[in-house]
Design a protein around this ligand. Structure first.
Ligand code: C2E
Ligand code: MG
Ligand code: MG
Length: 295
């Protein structure tokens, strides 16, 4: 595969990483395809680092609506990146890549600061809107996460009771002792907590009951099945029932049709979010949207 030892070792290394990546305890051969993939990944990471340094990332905000009244009660901050060379890059792609090389920490810090700045600005003009931000696995393991959030709230003047963090069910359940400690710190600051992508991981009911969680965000895959798959509908009913009996509020993600919205109303789901109402949008567009439909 190579004509010199340096490249040969480098290629062997790539193959080893590939084997580790596909679940360990296996093997992989180097191929030109793998080489191309690694190059592409490196390029993405370099561009992302640049984008972060140049301030080219943006936060867009997707409305969350009360199912019963159809009023906007909050927004989720979602990072958007359009690179001059690569074009628009999907968050699922660059967040995973940032998580793999540690860039998620500075990126996550930027999200926290930018969202708090926005929250403070909205609060100053009398807009009481809850803002939720996504916290990745590596960010959640930071020992000073609570401290970082406290600092962002203090320097921006954002009202903590309007801030919510979203951590995926999988991340929260991976290390429950750590989760308990982090959530306790967050609650002490007055920040609310939502379990994201709920239903895709494995939650212990005992933990769900004992952790200071406020909301469950039901994964989009269940919502997409409404009207198609009776089993998913049954699971949705059960999740709503379970959540309510634990005193949690229920959010449905990825609502795209009026039929899905009607089903959610029928089963008593509290909040929804989805393209049926709107996609994530820049802060100004959101402000316009709120003026058009006052909260
Ligand atoms: P998530 O936190 O579960 O965010 C919801 C995702 O569903 C968003 O995708 C949103 O655009 C999408 N969505 C909302 N409504 C609909 C709908 O009706 N139909 C469909 N098909 N999709 C809908 P997005 O923005 O591409 O983000 C994907 C994931 O990337 C997020 O999932 C989150 O895990 C991660 N992410 C995005 N921004 C950030 C960030 O700032 N920090 C971290 N740590 N993760 C982020
Ligand atoms: Mg989320
Ligand atoms: Mg989600």
């Amino acid at each position: 595969d190579a004509r010199d030892e340096r490249n040969l070792v480098r290629y062997a290394d790539m193959a080893m990483y590939e084997a580790k990546h596909s679940g360990r305890n296996t093997y992989a051969f180097f191929s030109q395809h793998l080489d191309a993939q690694v190059h592409e990944e490196q390029r993405l990471q370099q561009r992302l680092q640049q984008a972060l340094e140049n301030g080219d990332l943006e936060l867009h905000y997707q409305p969350l609506l009360d199912v019963a009244s159809n009023r906007i009660i909050g927004v989720e901050a979602l990072t958007r990146w359009t690179d001059a060379e690569l074009g628009p890059v999907a968050p699922a792609r660059f967040i995973a890549s940032a998580e793999a090389n540690g860039l998620i920490l500075p990126l996550g810090d930027w999200v926290i600061r930018d969202a708090c700045k926005q929250l403070a600005q909205w609060a100053r003009v009398g807009l009481k809107l809850d803002v939720s931000i996504n916290i990745s696995a590596m960010q959640f393991r930071q020992h000073d996460l609570v401290e970082r959030l406290r600092a962002a709230l203090e320097t921006t003047g954002a009202p903590p009771e309007c801030l919510e963090i979203e951590v995926t069910e999988t991340v929260a359940m991976a290390d429950v002792a750590l989760t308990r400690e982090q959530l306790r710190g967050l609650k002490a600051l007055g920040i609310r907590v939502a379990l994201d992508d709920f239903g895709t991981g494995y939650s212990s009911l005992a933990y769900l009951k004992s952790l200071p969680i406020d909301k469950l965000k039901i994964d989009r895959s269940f919502i997409a099945d409404i009207g198609q798959d009776p089993e998913s509908e049954m699971i949705l009913r059960s999740i709503v029932h379970l959540g309510h009996s634990l005193g949690l509020s229920l959010v449905a993600e990825g609502v795209e049709s009026a039929a899905q919205q009607a089903f959610l109303r029928d089963i008593g789901c509290d909040i929804y979010q989805g393209w049926l109402h709107s996609r994530a949008m820049p802060p100004q567009a959101l402000a316009d949207c709120l003026h058009a439909r006052p909260i």
